[in-house]
Design a protein around this ligand. Structure first.
Ligand code: GTP
Ligand code: MG
Length: 339
């Protein structure tokens, strides 16, 4: 059997390297690749062969590493790499089976961390990943043999898979509660239109930012109510759709006009009582386990506390500095087999 495997991390990169090994490697590459000078690839027997990939016309280099082992070095775009892999598959080469390319090797874990490091967007996530780059690969063999350490490692699965991914935070609440004002206050610029007219926001407005070092996407949504207006109805439907996939839901209540929460299907993770500057008496909330934060979006009070509570609700517990943690679903799956 002939196998292929991308050796460079997926995603951004100037160059991609795809290894092809096995008894049909020469023939399979020869069917997809034309060397400069047009002599067939199999007749050249050179260590480095320059030419183009037939299906895409891209210029690339094929390196013979001895024996049945070759490397295709191409432009690193996702499209170029996908086309090469698809052509290799079509001619009979196979991606590695989980067990055949030593998925549980320290090198593979190191490659996982390096890929995530390349994609990291904040200093905090990069720092945590860099720490894992040092401690995770050497821990792999130990974890396979020590059930207690493996349990503790797997216990960090939810944190390890999420902290480097952008978390989706969605604001919801009644029209006019101040969702757009709050979004703008956190972002520091006028992302959303604010007016005193209830039903101002219709589309879901998203923006990327960073809260306490965690990359997040903030979404401002249309106020939830039974609207007669068709545009507003669509806005409410879009808001509900966005809420379904949220990692964290923040419901915004107007302190000057508090209304009972009548959306049992939406469970907020944080409740913000906004317009604290207008409230004469404290708002009486129904019993809730979600933390409650009082803010004034227009005056900026309470925003720092809201950001702190948001960070703590997203990631209530951080791993000790020497704790190896799983970073991908497949690391969890593969190591779970040793339980
Ligand atoms: N006094 C005071 N007014 C506020 C505060 N936050 C928002 N407002 C005002 O409340 C009104 C509605 O604010 P928006 O931010 O548009 O409210 P919204 O929840 O996005 O409303 P919809 O888009 O209609 O759902 C505007 O006139 C804001 O200036 C606040 O903290 N204090
Ligand atoms: Mg709005």
């Amino acid at each position: 059997m002939t196998h292929f495997q991308q050796l460079t991390p997926a995603g951004r990169g100037a160059i991609a390297v795809i290894a092809v090994s096995g008894k049909d490697a020469l023939q399979i590459i020869g069917a997809c690749f034309t060397p400069v000078g047009k002599r067939p690839f199999k007749d050249l027997q050179k260590q480095l062969t320059y030419g183009h990939w037939n299906s895409t016309g891209e210029d690339l280099l094929v390196v013979h590493n001895g024996g049945l082992n070759y490397e295709i070095q191409s432009h690193g775009s996702q499209a170029a790499v996908s086309a090469i892999k698809a052509d290799l598959s079509r001619h009979g080469a196979r991606p590695p089976k989980p067990a055949t390319f030593a998925t549980l090797s320290p090198q593979r874990f190191r490659a996982d961390v390096e890929r995530l490091l390349c994609e990291s967007t904040t200093a905090r996530t990069a720092e945590l990943l860099l720490r894992q780059w040092h401690i995770l690969p050497p821990a792999v063999d130990r974890l396979k043999q020590d059930p207690a350490q493996l349990d503790s490692f797997l216990g960090w699965g939810s944190f390890g898979m999420r902290f480097h991914q952008r978390q989706s935070i969605v604001f919801c609440g009644r029209p006019n509660a101040g969702k757009s004002s709050l979004t703008n206050a956190i972002l520091g610029f006028e992302r959303a239109i604010v007016t005193p007219i209830a039903g101002t926001t219709r589309d879901v407005l998203t923006h990327h930012t960073v809260i306490d070092g965690w990359p997040v996407e903030l979404s401002d949504t249309a106020g939830l109510r039974d609207a007669d207006n068709q545009i507003e109805q669509i806005g409410v439907a879009k808001a509900r759709q966005k809420l379904e996939t949220a990692d964290l839901i923040i419901s915004v209540i107007d302190a000057a006009d508090p209304q009972p929460w009548d959306h049992d299907d939406i469970q907020p993770d944080i409740i913000v009582v906004n317009k604290s500057d207008l409230a004469k008496t404290p708002v009486n909330l129904q019993a809730t386990e979600a933390p409650v934060v009082s803010v004034s979006a227009t005056q900026g009070t309470g925003i720092a506390e809201l950001l702190l509570v948001t960070s703590q609700t997203l990631f209530p517990k951080l791993p000790p500095s020497n704790q190896p943690i799983p970073l991908t679903e497949s690391q969890i799956e593969d190591l779970s087999n040793f339980k």
